[in-house]
Ligand binder design. Structure first.
Ligand code: GRF
Length: 285
């Protein structure tokens, strides 16, 4: 398939006008575990490599190490207990009409509709709690960084419009290969010679949203999951920060409305050099 043609409709937002100061973005980071991506964003925000501030952190897990990182950086951090929300939905029903949501969601695969709606009801309750926490922070972007919960169209529609995508995710594989929770394991188990990492906007599928950036790392015969994860994570940190900076600089165009799926275009003359730096970094680890 060739590159998207010129007749694509440009729907990009955040394009800066000449002379306009670059705005520091306000970010939420959603985590479930160790939070090393969060740490990288916090460090880079502190030392000036990131044109953004992490203003709030949410976890679905009380024991996430990332919560300690947020607290050490004096960033407000919250926990949303999905289990409780799923139980509440079971006993007191849904807070919104679920049928139309069910028709647009592509994350819950249960063939039994009643079961699926039950799951969706719990998810929506938890997501309402997320939104209640997030909205007062007047965020530019919501960054998923090792957040292991599925995100429903209820949450996505709250933040996205046709022209604006405001939820981004870092995924530890070369999408569309190996979506889901085990990117490094799946890449190695498949026998790949190269692994990849992807930063993408979030849509109503699992890891299917428009790709912002990808890079690759070599896999050597002596590697195991731990060693490729270590190599891949170094790339993840670079890619996530670069993508956020591109967003802050208005360099990410969203191409939509043509015959192909929605995609992005990076307007940065240094793009080839940045790509090369990522590959060099992957070889040096
Ligand atoms: C990363 O590999 C990320 O790509 C994936 O989950 C992992 C999170 O790691 N979505 P950490 O919590 O940032 O250390």
């Amino acid at each position: 398939m060739s590159f998207p043609p010129f007749n694509y409709v440009l729907l990009s937002k955040h394009l800066l006008h000449k002379g306009e100061d670059m705005k520091r973005l306000r970010l939420a980071v959603l985590i479930s575990g160790s939070g090393t991506n969060l740490q990288s964003l916090l460090d880079r925000s502190q030392d000036g490599r990131l044109a953004a501030d992490v203003v709030v952190v949410i976890s679905d897990n009380f024991y996430a190490q990332g919560l300690l990182r947020a607290s050490a950086a004096k960033i407000p951090a919250y926990v949303v207990n999905y289990k409780t929300h799923h139980q509440e939905a079971k006993y007191s029903g849904s807070i919104i009409a679920l049928d139309s949501l069910d028709q647009t969601q592509r994350i819950l695969k249960q063939p039994d509709k009643a079961l699926r709606l039950q799951k969706l009801a719990g998810l929506v309750r938890a997501e309402k709690a997320l939104i209640d926490i997030l909205d007062p922070y007047e965020l530019d972007y919501i960054c998923l960084a090792g957040f292991t919960r599925l995100v429903s169209p209820y949450f996505i529609n709250h933040y996205n419009s046709k022209s604006e995508h405001r939820i981004i995710n870092i995924h530890p594989a070369m999408l569309p290969s190996f979506p889901g929770l085990h990117g490094y394991e799946d890449t190695l188990a498949y026998g790949c010679r190269w692994g990849g990492v992807t930063v993408h906007f979030v849509d109503s599928g699992e890891d299917t949203g428009p790709i912002i950036a990808q890079s690759i790392y070599p896999i050597w015969r002596t590697d195991d999951v731990d060693s490729i994860r270590k190599r891949g994570l170094q790339l993840e940190y670079e890619l996530y920060a670069q993508c956020i900076n591109w967003l802050a600089e208005g360099k990410v165009e969203i191409l939509s409305g043509g015959p192909f799926r929605t995609s992005t275009l990076i307007n940065d003359e240094d793009y080839p050099q940045i790509l090369k730096n990522w590959v060099d970094l992957a070889f040096s680890k």
